[in-house]
Design a protein around this ligand. Structure first.
Ligand code: PBG
Length: 309
């Protein structure tokens, strides 16, 4: 029997810690294990340390995961808990996303200061967001709005908003819920018209491929609907080569044994876009995402990706 505690790796941001604690609580409940059997190990990542530049500028998603993945691979950690949205489509050799917790709301939330809804902001208003997807979707809706880069912890962004640096900002509803900050929300954007980032709202657990002991630990907490929808969305992203400079949105929904996916690519100015919808059996979720990505890529042509990168 295992006597040493399982080591759970996480970043140190308030959101990351909340997510690691949720994973630990679910593991304790599923296995009837005491808290002492789990140790939450907090690591600082490059992405946490560099907060004054956009992710696309400093090299993308891998910056939040590198340190955790090194320790997973070496056996210093047993699992790592992440926002699935922050995970690169390709993982280091030997690691995989082996479980997903039940998904939170996938939508984006508006935190408005001068008006509650994006649609009602004053002409020429400024919105803070560093997500290329949100920037493009805002411009599609309101070409007059000026979007400025806005990174950092949720609290930092909310402070900048209160100080009047911007008229509004956008954040994932899931993160605000997990941090207990839903009271700041002034509007919620429908996924149909403002598609979320692939994997938004999902917490994933990364582990070593073929580690039977850890697979057995994780199996009872894996949410299969989240696993299937996020696998579909990540396959879509991968088929589009998910570069950090490509605004991409998309979400899948499970209904019975079926999965339905809608995806979008859009130019940063919000003026050109290609959308795709596909459905099929849940067992083919990832293949459907891949097919949707290939279809949209063929339709858009390579110039769509070249013109503005
Ligand atoms: N890139 C940062 C990030 N990664 C995950 C979330 C929110 C939680 C989630 O989507 O699961 C956020 C913040 C945000 O987009 O508002």
């Amino acid at each position: 029997m295992q006597t040493k505690p399982f080591r759970i790796g996480t970043r140190g941001s308030p959101l990351a810690l909340a997510q690691a604690h949720e994973a630990r609580d679910r593991l304790m409940a599923a296995h009837g294990l005491p808290e002492e059997m789990f140790e939450i190990v907090v690591l600082s990542t490059k992405g946490d340390r560099i907060t004054d530049r956009s992710l696309a500028e400093i090299g993308g998603k891998g910056l939040f995961t590198e340190e955790l993945e090194q320790q997973l691979a070496s056996g210093d950690l047993d699992i790592a808990v992440h926002s699935a949205k922050d995970m690169p489509t390709r993982l280091p050799e030997g690691l995989c996303l082996s479980a997903y917790l039940p998904r939170e709301d996938i939508r984006d939330a508006v935190i408005g200061r001068t008006a509650p809804k994006l649609i009602d902001l004053p002409h020429g208003a400024t919105v803070g967001s560093s997500s290329l997807r949100r920037q493009a979707l805002i411009r599609r809706m309101r070409p007059d709005i000026k979007v400025i880069t806005f990174r950092g912890l949720v609290d930092t962004r909310l402070r900048k908003l209160q100080e009047g640096q911007v008229d509004a900002t956008l954040l994932a509803l899931a993160g605000l819920k997990r941090l207990g900050k839903v009271d700041v929300i002034t509007d919620i954007l429908a996924a149909e018209t403002f598609p979320p980032a692939p994997a938004q709202g999902a917490i994933c657990i990364e582990s070593r491929i073929g580690d039977a002991r850890i697979d057995a630990l994780l199996a009872p907490i894996n949410d299969t609907a989240t696993f299937d929808t996020v696998s579909c969305e990540r396959a879509f992203l991968a088929a589009l080569d998910g570069s950090c400079r490509t605004p991409i949105g998309g979400y899948a929904i499970c209904e019975g044994d079926q999965v339905r996916f809608s995806g979008l690519i859009i130019t940063p100015d919000g003026r050109n876009q290609h959308a795709v919808s596909i459905d099929g059996h849940r067992r083919d979720a990832a293949a459907l995402g891949t097919r949707a990505g290939q279809e949209i890529r063929a339709r858009a042509g390579s110039s769509f990706f070249d013109d503005w990168s």
